[in-house]
Design a protein around this ligand. Structure first.
Ligand code: FAD
Ligand code: SF4
Length: 468
């Protein structure tokens, strides 16, 4: 079998000096070569691993045949954002893990499994470069219907497109001053260039979706008011409230939640202060706590802020489990290591200590070992008594999880939520309030972009079916 084709990447010295995209993607010839490695299995398990069931075998065949346009529309049947998902989907835990070329019982994709995500990205970018989009097919029974979409993350953007394409009048309400949700304020541009996101937003505007920014639903306008003005409301509020460790010293100055840190840099351009007016403190010794994508993104962003500001890079990630148990994408962990980020596994922070002026100066932790499996099936980290140690840290970023924002749900008691504050929906993504649907991170689940988009598509179909 031929060797897999890896896309070119910026070298690590060049990467850390800017927010330029790291992975450069395939050219046409490379995509064809990689597609030709696919075995075109009679029972393509890769499709089972895709949360939205893209016909992967078919689109890869089309790429191998150089029918890139055909491949684009094959993917678009199930996935509205191939250029986005091709860059950020955790494919190594999804389609690629199920590819027949992955070793059985492996916890993630084998290196040799087909690079489905890079092929998807190539096809998505091909479509963007040529202005390809799904056609608008307005249904006369729907053109008088109005839909309000709250939140402009992947769930909101996806449903807005689905409903506008069948002729509904759609207005998105977004609390921030820019659209995109986590795609804008969370995921850094070196993983997802903003031009890719902007392309999707421009397309929505072209098909007449209206976007009202700086509008917090629940404050500027209530859900009941929206229900009076619109036949349907979709809530794609995301899960933007950070969790904390609950240990001593966590409220010291220069300890950020990952969401605040990333929002300041990615959305507010803090690293370009004073050109942009929202600064962020740049640490000399930075500690990031957590093991998910948010932690790795925070660490890589923090390292870049050091280099851009002329400091020697010094960023450590502390994670209480092992590397294999890290939920972050494998590629991003590899990139972080190449860029010089240090990892301390089996390490549980227990407190933070100040300098003389209430600024964090040190992080104290305990070493851990793996114990019995917990409710998630993963071996539980158990702290070793007396193993405490301190590391120098003048900036700490906490990235240990996110929860749903309860602002809107707490003001609307008829909107039922579960014990974690997630909105409860039925199989059609309907909430407990008539004509109000929801999807994405605010209803729980895996917390991935493709899953948020899949839920939005399901809600769109239910709304369309109930409106005609
Ligand atoms: P969001 O993207 O959170 O968008 C919700 C939007 O609603 C926000 O713009 C918010 O401002 C707005 N909003 C909330 N309340 C209101 C209100 N009351 N009124 C008006 N607007 C409101 N997933 C992956 O698949 N791959 C990755 O590599 C990946 N990396 C990630 C990195 C980071 C740093 C983070 C934080 C998450 C990452 N994820 C990743 C998870 C993924 O981004 C989310 O699962 C996805 O964005 C959820 O989409 P959503 O539309 O439900 O919510
Ligand atoms: Fe191709 Fe792997 Fe899917 Fe088989 S399982 S069709 S080899 S991508």
């Amino acid at each position: 079998m031929k060797n897999k084709v890896s896309p070119k990447e910026l070298n690590s010295e060049e990467r850390i000096e800017s927010f330029k995209e790291v992975v450069l993607g395939y050219g046409g010839q490379e995509a064809v070569e990689e597609a030709k490695r696919c075995l075109q299995c009679a029972h393509p398990r890769c499709i089972e691993g895709c949360p939205v069931g893209i016909d992967i075998k078919k689109f890869i065949f089309q790429v191998a045949e150089k029918d890139f346009k055909g491949a684009f529309f094959t993917i678009k049947e199930k996935n509205n954002f191939p250029s986005i998902c091709g860059r950020v989907c955790p494919a190594e835990y999804q389609c690629r893990k199920y590819c027949v070329l992955t070793k059985r019982n492996s916890y993630c994709a084998s290196k040799n499994s087909i690079n489905i995500h890079f092929l998807e990205r190539f096809v998505g970018d091909y479509g963007i470069d040529r202005g390809l989009q799904l056609p608008v097919r307005a249904n006369s029974k729907l053109t008088a219907k109005k839909a309000a979409v709250v939140g402009s993350g992947p769930a909101g953007l996806c449903i807005a497109g689905e409903l506008a394409r069948v002729g509904m009048q759609v207005v998105i309400f977004e609390s921030l001053h820019k659209e995109g949700g986590v795609l804008r304020y969370g995921i850094p541009p070196f993983r997802l260039p903003r031009s890719i996101l902007q392309n999707e937003i421009d397309y929505l505007k072209k098909i007449d979706v209206k976007i009202k920014l700086d509008t917090i639903v629940g404050r500027a306008i209530t859900l009941d008011e929206l229900r009076q003005k619109f036949s349907t409301v979709f809530l794609g509020l995301g899960a933007g409230v950070p969790s904390f460790l609950g240990v001593k010293g966590e409220n010291l100055a220069n300890i950020y939640s990952a969401n605040e840190f990333l929002t300041r840099v990615n959305l507010m351009h803090a690293f370009e202060f004073p050109r942009y007016q929202t600064p962020v403190n740049i640490g000399r010794h930075i500690v990031v706590i957590g093991g998910g994508n948010t932690a790795i993104d925070s660490a890589r962003v923090a390292l870049r802020t050091q280099v851009i500001n002329g400091l020697k890079p010094d960023v450590s990630v502390l994670y209480r489990r092992t590397e294999e148990q890290m939920p972050a994408r494998r590629l991003e962990i590899e990139h972080a290591k190449e860029e010089g980020i240090k990892f301390r596994f089996l390490t549980q922070p227990t407190g933070f200590f100040p300098d003389g002026e209430s600024f964090v100066q040190e992080t104290e932790s305990l070493e851990c070992r793996l114990g019995e499996p917990d409710s998630s099936g993963r071996k539980r980290p158990v702290a070793k008594e007396g193993s405490n140690f301190k590391i120098k840290s003048d900036l700490v970023i906490i990235a240990v999880g996110l929860q749903s924002n309860r602002l809107l749900t707490s003001l609307t008691p008829s909107l039922k939520t579960d014990q974690w504050g997630n909105i409860i929906v039925d199989k059609d993504m309907k909430t407990s309030v008539p004509n109000v649907y929801s999807g994405g991170d605010v209803v729980g689940g895996e917390g991935t972009i493709i899953e948020a988009m899949g839920m939005a598509k399901k809600a769109a179909q239910a709304i369309i079916n109930s409106s005609i």
